[in-house]
Ligand binder design. Structure first.
Ligand code: ADP
Length: 459
């Protein structure tokens, strides 16, 4: 395990009576490493539940367990789909007060039925879908079923009893239980939500604070989408790298809250466009390219393909480190995404035509991202329609170098855009080349003495 600041770990034993400067914890608690450059054998860490900081013995922690990417993992294990009333009754046996399930209504398509066991009987409540909201009593309205079940698990207004025990659909595994066991479930009461900082395709993103730590929270209200994002989240629990946006955990409340580290400078495309070449040096551009390349090298080592690499999906931290985000399409090599959703200008020809996604198709996208970086956030293939791009690229057309782009960097782009995937370099090779470019531009001792060095972009 490569321990570095930001990595989350689990304690292997208790430290109930900490010495001065040490952190107190019990076995199984989750800590975030803050500093590894302390005295040998010790790290500085923050306790994820109390927010306290202190020293820990490095032998007493292990890597945090990942959540298994498992399609049977469900945010709604109590949802049984289209089953009849009598079928629901037979599933809720033996009778137990508060045992419940939700089914789709057969008589009223689009509506649901909440079935609750009470005093040996099963009571069926029609859940009406009205104006994009759900209600049982026309008093209390909910965004989705998860929200409704959460409410009636705490209150029994309008229904016979609070919901205490979900009747799980056969084969369904409760995401809540698994998230809790692996320590990825966070506590809503410890979260303070701030202003809206972005609108994603599937949910809004807010600034927030979780036990003193600045965070970003993506809130997904639609239950079907939340379920799909659960898989993305499971992928994220496996990944810990300084150039990948770090997942802190999730909260199941009114859908799904995905809590990640806050990247205060927003997405890389906007960052470059709003600052431009007068502010950002060539060395800084190279630094961003190297950051993304290192993140991708790590993804490649985990046998994961991103499929949507572009500057809009790279975020910039407070200290200007670029990190790859948005694993929405990230899947192990074999699974295919929906063809209509593909970002044409960034997708390799073999992926567009034959849906052949691989690390080498990510390398193609990395070439387009390099072009975006060195053109300070311009839209690739300017003034060309998607249809034109598809046809011309297939016929061998490639974008010209961005203005003032170093020749060696443009050569790297062209290598990434080799028609034959095998001829494209891998991410380790690209990193090496970018590091060499960095060394070439590293200011010598003389230059270091000058203030405000601006390394020009001309090669
Ligand atoms: P999409 O659904 O379009 O892929 P996201 O929902 O991931 O996009 O994010 C939308 C926008 O919200 C981003 O472009 C970015 O500006 C902002 N954002 C997302 N995640 C974070 C974060 N961790 N820190 C700061 N801003 C973020």
């Amino acid at each position: 395990m490569n321990w570095s600041a930001g990595v989350q770990c689990v304690t292997k034993c208790d430290n109930r009576k900490p010495k001065s400067g040490e952190l107190a914890y019990r076995k199984g608690h989750i800590l975030t490493i803050i500093d590894t450059s302390m005295r040998k054998g010790y790290y500085r860490a923050r306790h994820n539940a109390t927010g306290e900081e202190g020293l820990i013995n490095s032998n007493n922690v292990r890597e945090r367990a990942a959540l298994r990417v498992d399609p049977s993992l469900s945010l709604m294990p109590w949802f049984h789909g289209k089953i009849s009333g009598p079928e629901a009754v037979s599933k809720l046996q033996p009778a137990e007060d508060g045992l419940f399930l939700v089914r789709e209504s057969i008589r009223h398509p689009g509506d649901y039925v909440l079935c609750v066991s009470f005093s040996g009987e099963v009571v069926h409540y029609r859940v009406i879908y009205q104006d994009n909201k759900l209600t049982v009593d026309y008093k209390q309205y909910f965004y989705n079923l998860i929200d409704m079940i959460e409410f009636y698990s705490r209150n029994n207004d309008s229904i016979v009893t609070t919901l205490t025990k979900p009747k799980k659909k056969q084969g369904a595994k409760s995401a809540e239980v698994e998230l809790c066991k692996t320590g990825w479930l966070l506590d809503i009461t410890k979260l303070t939500l701030g202003e809206n900082i972005g609108e994603g395709e599937f949910g809004a993103v807010y600034r927030g604070e979780y036990m003193g730590q600045k965070v970003a929270v993506k809130i997904i209200k639609c239950d079907v989408t939340a379920q799909a994002f659960l898989q993305e989240t499971a992928v994220m629990t496996k990944l810990q790298h300084k150039n990948l946006v770090r997942l802190l955990g999730v909260i199941l409340h009114k859908g799904l809250h995905i809590v990640t580290e806050l990247m205060t400078k927003g997405n890389l495309g906007n960052f470059l466009r709003t600052r431009g070449r007068l502010v950002i040096t060539c060395v800084q551009l190279l630094r961003f390219a190297l950051d993304v390349c290192e993140g991708m090298e790590y993804l490649e080592s985990k046998k994961l393909v991103h499929r949507d690499l572009a500057t809009r999906n790279v975020l910039v931290s407070d200290d200007s480190v670029a990190k790859v985000s948005d694993f929405g399409l990230t899947k192990p090599d074999s699974k295919q995404p929906d063809k209509a959703m593909l970002p044409v200008k960034w997708t390799a020809p073999e992926a567009l035509k034959k849906e052949k996604f691989s690390t080498k198709s990510d390398v193609w996208s990395f070439g387009v991202l390099l072009w975006e970086i060195f053109s300070y956030g311009r839209q690739p293939y300017p003034k060309m329609s998607l249809k034109e791009v598809k046809e011309k690229v297939e016929g061998g057309y490639r974008m010209e170098a961005p203005e003032e782009c170093p020749a060696d960097i443009y050569s790297l782009m062209r290598l990434c855009w080799e028609q034959e995937p095998r001829r494209r370099p891998g991410f380790p090779k690209l990193r090496e080349k970018l590091e060499q470019e960095m060394v070439k531009r590293r200011p010598g001792p003389e230059a270091e003495l000058q203030e405000g060095i601006r390394s020009g972009c001309r090669s």
